[in-house]
Design a protein around this ligand. Structure first.
Ligand code: ASP
Ligand code: MG
Length: 421
């Protein structure tokens, strides 16, 4: 007998019919002899609807009250899933995040889990019940308040519970069959990946793959939780995200997958005096505005002028704040001008096999050249290469690169609809 944590996303519990289907799946796992802990997201688009509701009432909702509001979504799911399981003749008990011991810091809207004390979950399991836990929410001990973990946070809730309970596997149920070599909505011949290391998954998630949230993958990597990402609409095996043990021989495909990200913009700080301390100054200002930057490029000084340009990418949503912060420091830093470009896209190729193979960048750049793409910025990690290009070229480039690296499958990928969550 094993202990399984199953997480169902919003699209898997979108209505009463889906809730019943999910309940049957949970019961099937019970019948197969497993202990089951379930983590649920809010039904369908409920979180967005609740955000709209708040926006209709005020421009500036109190973060504490917003968290109170949003956590209601998961609370509805957990109760109806528990009811549906009971109606099938099995014992089930629902718990809010705080009842389940999801202890977080006090950061409303993007709280981090600092401890998990799932005493009541264990009790329920010991009594033969299925424990249903509301995802995305926690509790801060010092304020005594309810928090949320950030959009998509239910994945993190599930992984954290799996780690705390020592579960054998954390199953993430979604509306696609697993992790694909590219987004099947863009690349019709994308293939499902059977197994992927958490290291590669982390790079893919950071590069724009939306099936798993990066914080959940980070948590799984740190706590060595094995994930199984699979569809709640069929019984197919999905994708196993695993943590190889030290020295374990892993089969390393050259390229595991390609990903695109259209959520970033680029800021260019032009005419920066090319003297020590300027980059430090610029990025301190950006950091103090709480802005997460991704890529950075600095040009060589243009001849004779002693000035240089520094460009960086950041989430579009944070563009205005970054521009404002830099403009305020214009005379202090002494740059000439600021440019903002929100029509960029990022394309990344990821694969652990890159470590031991040269020529990957040549192949990537050739494919991009053949697609008529002009590369704007480049950055690399040990197992990833990312390029910035025009946003309207991203999808076509993604298909070309997928083909160039031999990732195309013979069949078209099945997409069950929904948003990939
Ligand atoms: N319901 C929350 C959201 O939509 C959390 C989640 O789905 O994981 O972001
Ligand atoms: Mg959701």
């Amino acid at each position: 007998m094993s202990l399984i944590v199953q997480k169902f996303g919003g699209s898997s519990v979108a209505d009463a019919k889906s809730v019943k289907r999910v309940a049957q799946r949970i019961v099937d796992a019970r019948i197969a002899g497993h202990d089951v802990v379930v983590v649920v997201s809010a039904m369908g688009d409920m979180t967005d609807d609740l955000l709209d509701l708040a926006a209709a009432v005020t421009d500036n909702p109190e973060p504490r009250e917003l968290d109170m509001l949003l956590t209601a979504g998961e609370r509805i799911s957990m109760a109806v899933v528990a009811m549906a399981i009971r109606s099938l003749g099995y014992d089930a008990r629902s718990f809010t995040g705080s009842q389940a011991g999801m202890i977080t810091d006090a950061q409303h809207g993007s709280a981090r889990i600092v401890d998990v004390t799932p005493g009541r979950v264990k009790e329920a399991l010991a009594e033969g019940a299925v424990a249903i836990v509301a995802g995305f929410q926690g509790f801060n001990r010092s304020t005594g308040d309810i928090t949320t973990l950030g959009r998509g946070g239910s994945d993190t809730s599930a992984v954290a519970l799996a780690a705390a309970l020592g579960a054998d596997v954390c199953e993430i149920y979604t509306d696609v069959d697993g992790i694909f070599t590219a987004d099947p909505r863009v690349v019709a011949n994308a293939q499902k990946i059977d197994r992927i290391t958490s290291e590669e998954m982390l790079e893919l998630a950071a590069s724009g793959a939306k099936v798993l949230y990066i914080r959940a993958v980070e948590y799984a990597r740190r706590h060595r939780v094995t994930l199984h990402v699979r569809s709640s609409f069929n019984n197919n095996e999905g994708t196993i995200v695993y943590n190889p043990t030290e020295g374990q021989k892993v089969e390393e495909p050259l390229i595991t997958g390609v990903a695109a990200d259209l959520s970033e913009a680029k800021i260019t700080v032009a005419g920066v005096p090319d003297v020590p301390g300027k980059a430090a100054q610029i990025f301190t200002i950006v950091a103090e505005a709480n802005i997460n930057i991704d890529m950075i490029v600095q040009n060589v000084s243009s001849a004779g002028t002693g000035h240089t340009d520094i460009s960086f990418t950041l989430p579009k949503a944070e563009g205005a704040a970054a521009l404002a912060a830099l403009t305020k420091a214009e005379s202090d830093i002494g740059f000439a001008s600021l440019a903002y470009d929100d029509h960029i896209g990022k394309l990344s190729v990821v694969g652990a096999g890159m470590r031991s193979n040269s020529g990957i960048s040549a192949k990537l750049f050739t494919a991009l050249y053949e697609a008529g793409v002009n590369i704007d910025m480049i950055s690399t990690s040990e197992i990833r290469i990312s390029v910035i290009l025009r946003d309207d070229q991203v999808n076509d480039a993604l298909r070309r690169v997928h083909t160039a690296f031999g990732l195309d499958s013979q069949e078209e990928a099945v997409v069950h609809g929904g948003t990939g969550r």
